[in-house]
Structures are given as structure tokens and as C-alpha cells.
Design a protein around this ligand. Structure first.
Ligand code: SF4
Ligand code: SF4
Length: 426
């Protein structure tokens, strides 16, 4: 089993000069003003645990779960200390590579079976179509029968119609209008497929209209991000190796994803499998070929007359800007094709952070409220983002706290802009 990297943690703790630069960007420190909730405090705690200096591992585990793993601290740290990544390592080690909570175990097991995700998608489509969502929200029935947490989870679902999963209805290959420039594989993310297939369809359509043949492989399995973030090393390893076996050998020019968490994981397999004689070379190949949707569009460019006729602003998903360094590209694309208004604090986490909004609801909502206040000040009519967890959180934020903005995946805005350039009526 992967172990907590004691040497790395001690080295991190030694590298930390306690300059405090990370404090201003850490959402948990800003909220609590407590050292134990700060990046430098956490790094010391993990290092002490790794060296056997502490006698209450549960407290250390709790500290790791309090961290949003947003990695904003890693972006600003001048000494390359990695408190966000250390939180993941701490969870894995302290739980022996397997989460202990039955509910978490069951939820994570579902991600091993893409067909179950498709089934869940169909249930959501029916649930909305029959008006059950409207009824539950109107009556707050779940809350009334003591299931407040479930009512909150339900309120995260978008108000707009969920479409059938792409895996169920979309072709496995689509061709561009003319001679293909090359071939790309589109990585079907689980939550994108479950809830935002409309956005993924838009992403594929943009890539196709840009002149590329697009494969949408059904061999794709969950990237493993939900598993490793809950300390499930064994589940993560199984999924990662399946993806590496397939994508590491696939003859394509690029592997594209519209989900920041999947992108960070596909590029990050190298960290976990780099030294493996079989999976190391496959992980290197996958990391080299993987691009976020916005990275690809910024690289390809848009037609000069591409125009989206609304004021936009963009929230950077932590897994894009802090984990992959993808920040300029979406801004560049939106500045080119829309009336783009920069968002104050656009690289600060929105409070979604995996399941942080379910496990730390009050803290998450405080973060979200501040985020929506920034969105209001931006004057935008459309708020874009490139990650499903953030889409859910921000969409709920707009309904709960305002302002009246439409929350959209950036791919949908880019497709609209492209269509306007082509004069298409659809
Ligand atoms: S910014 Fe880096 S070196 Fe400075 S206190 Fe934070 S973790 Fe330590
Ligand atoms: S990853 Fe985010 S929440 Fe965790 S210590 Fe760093 S800044 Fe704070």
C-alpha cells in the first residue's frame, strides 16, 4: 500500500519557513483564524504524526478532512511546500488505504460501474420530468421528516433539465466537417456524464467543429479522484490502472477533458505510478497528451467573428488553476469571444471541494456566499467554470444567494460563440 511519505512530510515541514504567505489564501484559516486550520499548521501536524510524535491519529485525520485540498497554498508558497497533497496522503495512510465509513464505501463503489452512473442519470431525468424535484423543493418534505442533509444534497442539483447520459446516446466517434487535423479522445467524466451531459456534448461539438475527429471511448472509467480524496487508495489504484491500460496505449493526438478534477488526476497519475515499471511509461504518455478543454481551445483559437452576446465572468476550479496551472487559457478564450469581466478572488475555492459542502455545510456556505457577492460585483450575466462540482455549487449559490446569473460550463459559451460565427441557426 502507498504509505504516508514520511521523508517528504518531514522535508516539507523543514522547508516551511513560517512566512505566512499561505494564510491569506487558505479558506479554512481565513474563516477560523486558527493555526491548526492553516497550511503551515497542517504540515507540521502531519510531519509530527509521521514521526510518531502524536498519540491521537483521529485528530490528525480530522485536520486532514477539514482541509478543502484546494491547493491555493501550494500556488503561493515560495518554498514548494505541498499541504493540500499532504492532506490526501494523510487520509490514505491513516485509514490504511480504505475508508472506514460504510456510506462513503458504498458511494465510492458505484463509481467502479459506469452503468450504475448511467442508471442514476436516467432516474434523475425521470425524477425531474415527473415534477418530483419541484414537489420536494416546494414542500421541503425531506427536511420535514428529519432528512435535512438529503434535502440539502437535493438542492445541489441544477434547476435546469438534466439530459440523458452521453455514454447512453452519443456516438463513439464523430467526424469534423473537412479533412481531420488529427484525432483526439474525449474523457467522459462521471459527474459530467451523470448531470452535465449537455455541457460535455457542447465540448465535443466545439472540438469537432475545430477540425478534429473525436473518439468518445466507453472504456473510460472514473479517474479515481473521489476515491483518493477519501483515502481509498485501493479503489483509486484499480481505476487509475484501468485508465492507464487503455489511454496509455491509445493512438491519439490528445486526451481532452471538460472536468478539472479528471484533468488533474489524468496528469497526476505520474506522481503515483511514475516509478512503476509497467504503469510509469503509460502515466507519462497520458500526462503528456492530456489537456483541459479550455487549454485546447486557447491553443486552437476561435473564428475571428465568434461572439457570445452576454457579459461573462469565470471562476477557476481549484483542480484547474492550482493543481494544473490552467488559469490564463479560459480567461483568454472568454476575453476573445465575450464581454469578459474578471472575477475578484477567481482562484479562491467556491467551497464545493469534493464532498466538503456535504460534510462541512456551514463553512462551505460561508465561502459560497462570499463567492456569490464577488460574482454580483463583477456585473456578469453568465458565470462560467470548468468542473462539475463547482457547477453544482455555484448554480445553487446563484439560487440561494443571488445574483441572477446563469451558471454554465465554459464549453457551452464557446459553442454558442462558434455557432454565431458560422451563422448557424441551431
Ligand atoms: S507559504 Fe509555504 S513556507 Fe510560507 S508558511 Fe506557508 S507553507 Fe510555510
Ligand atoms: S489545500 Fe486549501 S484548505 Fe488545505 S491547507 Fe491549502 S489552502 Fe488551506
Amino acid at each position: 500500500m502507498k504509505e504516508l511519505d514520511i521523508e517528504q512530510l518531514v522535508a516539507d515541514a523543514e522547508k516551511c519557513v513560517r512566512c505566512g504567505l499561505c494564510l491569506s489564501v487558505c479558506p479554512t484559516y481565513r474563516d477560523s483564524q486558527m493555526e491548526i486550520q492553516s497550511p503551515r499548521g497542517r504540515v507540521l501536524l502531519y510531519a509530527d504524526q509521521a514521526q510518531g510524535l502524536l498519540d491521537d491519529p483521529l485528530k490528525v485525520l480530522e485536520a486532514a478532512y477539514d482541509c478543502l485540498e484546494c491547493r491555493a497554498c501550494q500556488t503561493v508558497c515560495p518554498n514548494d511546500v505541498k499541504p493540500g497533497e499532504a492532506a490526501v496522503d494523510a487520509k490514505v495512510t491513516l485509514q490504511g488505504g480504505k475508508p472506514q465509513n460504510m456510506l462513503v464505501k458504498t458511494a465510492l463503489a458505484v463509481f467502479h460501474y459506469p452503468l450504475l452512473i448511467d442508471l442514476a442519470n436516467l432516474l434523475l431525468v425521470v425524477y425531474q420530468s415527473l415534477g418530483l424535484q419541484w414537489l420536494l423543493r416546494r414542500t421541503r418534505l425531506l427536511e420535514r421528516v428529519g432528512l435535512g442533509k438529503l434535502q440539502f444534497a437535493e438542492s445541489l442539483l441544477p434547476g435546469r433539465r438534466i439530459r440523458p447520459a452521453m455514454r447512453l446516446f452519443y456516438p463513439k466517434k464523430v467526424e469534423p466537417p473537412g479533412k481531420p487535423k488529427g484525432t483526439v479522445a474525449f474523457f467522459l467524466g462521471c459527474v459530467m456524464n451523470l448531470i452535465f451531459s449537455e455541457s460535455s456534448t457542447a465540448a465535443v461539438e466545439v472540438i469537432r467543429r475545430s477540425g478534429w475527429r473525436v473518439l468518445i471511448p466507453r472504456e473510460t472509467t472514473c479517474c479515481g479522484a473521489p476515491h483518493i480524496e477519501e483515502g481509498d487508495w485501493f479503489g483509486y489504484k484499480k481505476l487509475a490502472q484501468k485508465n492507464l491500460d487503455y489511454y496509455g496505449r491509445l493512438e491519439v493526438d490528445y486526451i481532452l477533458t471538460d472536468c478539472a478534477a479528471c484533468g488533474a488526476e489524468l496528469k497526476g497519475y505520474l506522481k503515483h505510478f511514475g516509478n512503476d515499471p509497467v504503469y510509469g511509461p503509460l502515466a507519462a504518455r497520458v500526462a503528456e497528451k492530456t489537456l483541459m478543454f479550455s487549454e485546447f481551445v486557447a491553443m486552437e483559437g476561435l473564428p475571428g467573428s465568434a461572439r457570445f452576446p452576454f457579459a461573462t465572468t469565470h471562476q477557476h476550479a481549484c483542480h484547474a488553476c492550482h493543481a494544473q496551472g490552467v488559469k490564463e487559457q479560459p480567461e483568454q478564450v472568454l476575453s476573445f469571444a465575450t464581454d469578459y469581466h474578471p472575477l475578484e478572488g477567481s482562484t479562491d475555492c467556491c467551497g464545493s471541494a469534493g464532498v466538503y459542502n456535504l460534510t462541512h455545510t456551514e463553512e462551505s456556505m460561508r465561502i459560497l456566499r462570499r463567492k456569490m457577492e464577488s460574482v454580483g460585483r463583477s456585473g456578469a450575466e453568465v458565470l462560467t467554470v470548468e468542473n462539475p462540482g463547482c457547477l453544482l455549487q455555484l448554480d445553487m449559490g446563484a439560487r440561494r444567494y443571488g445574483p441572477e446569473v446563469r451558471v454554465r460550463h465554459i464549453a457551452e459559451v464557446v459553442l454558442e460563440a462558434m455557432k454565431s460565427a458560422e451563422g448557424a441557426a441551431d
